[in-house]
Write a protein that binds this ligand. Structure first.
Ligand code: RFL
Ligand code: PHB
Length: 392
């Protein structure tokens, strides 16, 4: 098999890249380990930055998002049994975010790619090696239906997530990695109950962090900070709702509505960056190159930002051999990555309760929360990072 751009991974990064390239007349093939149903159901992100919304819309992938997504103009911070609102448009020249689940973005992109015809996405195709990346003709080895296959291309983009094979193909002596693992995890649930709030609630509580998000007018998505070694088996539905209610409690008559829980899972939290995001004709994009803890809602948005840059760079190169944007890709992408890394770290450390935290650090954390909630300048800083900075 032969194509122009070989893409590993049908997450948001790989699918959007393939779609953006197609819009510019550039052929690609996406190899995906899992089957279509699995990829479309994997519960993950829920918040799209303004720039992500703009890219999906401009590329013709935004119709259902515009019909079903919900624009959010702020978030609520809760601590000390008080609620504080952070408004986005007033602090950012009118920008906001969209609540539209990653599962839906993925479904929309798969449908568009398959409608374009041809072997654009190969499901249950497991990439095993990337070869000759220092030449003009790299290739991906993969297995499908028990057969070993080869995809020849002009460039390979690894959009294969944190556990993929792409990153390991950059020689170790040419790569630096940076990592922080946090001493907590998130227990996430999906519940058939209307959200108890109109905007997301990020709650700091002596017992730990909690987040109230949503998927629709009838489905809520909520998260609880738990120990990384904890298991969902320890969390009955009643225990989850009691713990959420305790952490969201404020003075006044606000109440958390309960309903049937349809999904539970625990996710560890880490920050990770691999530099550079390119070697020869191999490029990394999305979670393959960087991970943020989900508190800043940045992972999916960074994946979209990476492939937007890369699609432009590949188009310029394919149009007349000009590799200048490809050469600048890693440095340009990493500037946004590190801003998001800092913001995600800031939100995570401000809002979670570290079980081993010295009392001094806890006092600093409370002071930081009070400052962020009550200073207009601090709220504006949170808002512009949350909706996404236009340039970094
Ligand atoms: P993905 O989505 O992990 O896709 C990688 C794909 O590569 C496939 N793959 C392979 N295919 C073939 N051969 C191989 N050898 C392969 N190895 C792997 C995998 O099967 C998979 O389909 O990476 P991508 O495209 O870079 O997208 C990144 C996002 O998925 C991720 O950053 C976000 O979900 C992070 N995230 C959030 N991001 C936000 O922007 N806003 C949020 O509100 C938000 N909330 C979250 C999140 C992630 C979470 N979890 C579960 C990690 C909340 C949670 C709980
Ligand atoms: C989600 O809706 O899944 C979500 C929202 C905001 C976050 C993380 C996850 O910060």
């Amino acid at each position: 098999m032969r194509t122009t751009v070989g893409i590993i991974g049908a997450g948001p990064a790989g699918l959007l890249l393939s779609h953006l390239l197609h819009k510019q007349g550039i052929a690609s093939v996406v190899l995906e380990n899992r089957d279509r149903a699995y990829v479309e159901r994997r519960q993950r992100a829920g918040i799209l930055e303004q720039a992500t919304v703009d890219v999906l819309r401009a590329s013709g992938a935004g119709a259902r998002m515009d019909a079903e997504g919900i624009r959010h103009d702020g978030i609520e911070l809760r601590f000390d049994r008080q609620s504080h609102r952070v408004d986005f448009p007033s602090a950012t020249g009118g920008r906001s975010v969209m609540v539209y689940a990653q599962t839906e973005v993925v479904k929309d992109l798969i449908e568009l790619r398959l409608a374009d015809g041809g072997d654009t996405i190969l499901f249950e195709a497991h990439a095993t090696a990337i070869e000759d990346i220092e030449t003009d003709h790299p290739r991906i080895r993969f297995s499908q239906n028990g057969r070993d296959e080869v995809l020849d291309c002009d460039a390979v983009v690894a959009c294969d997530g944190f556990h993929g094979i792409g990153r390991a193909h950059i020689p170790a002596e040419l790569q630096r990695t940076f990592e922080r693992v946090y001493p907590f995890a998130w227990l996430g649930i999906l519940a058939d109950v209307p959200p108890s709030c109109e905007e997301l609630i990020y709650a700091h509580h002596p017992r730990g962090f909690a987040l109230h998000s949503m998927r629709s007018e009838t489905v809520s998505r909520l998260y609880l900070q738990v120990d990384p070694d904890d298991s969902v088996d320890n969390w009955s539905d009643d225990r989850i709702w009691d713990e959420l209610a305790a952490r969201f409690e404020i003075e006044g008559d606000w109440k958390l509505a309960r309903g049937p829980i349809t999904e539970k899972s625990i996710t560890p939290m880490r920050s990770f960056v691999a530099e550079p995001m390119r070697h020869g004709r191999l490029f990394l994009a999305g979670d393959a190159a960087h991970i943020v803890p989900p508190t800043g809602a940045k992972g999916l948005n960074l994946a979209v930002a990476d492939v937007t840059l890369l699609a432009q760079a590949i188009a310029k190169w394919q149009a007349g051999g000009d590799e200048s944007l490809l050469d600048g890709y890693s440095e340009t992408a990493l500037r946004r990555v590190w801003r998001a890394e800092h913001f995600s770290f800031f939100m995570t450390t401000m809002l979670h309760r570290d079980p081993h935290q010295p009392e001094f650090d806890y006092r600093l954390q409370l002071s930081n929360l009070r400052y962020t909630a009550t200073s207009e300048a601090a709220r504006a800083s949170l808002a512009e990072n949350y909706v996404g900075l236009p340039t970094v």
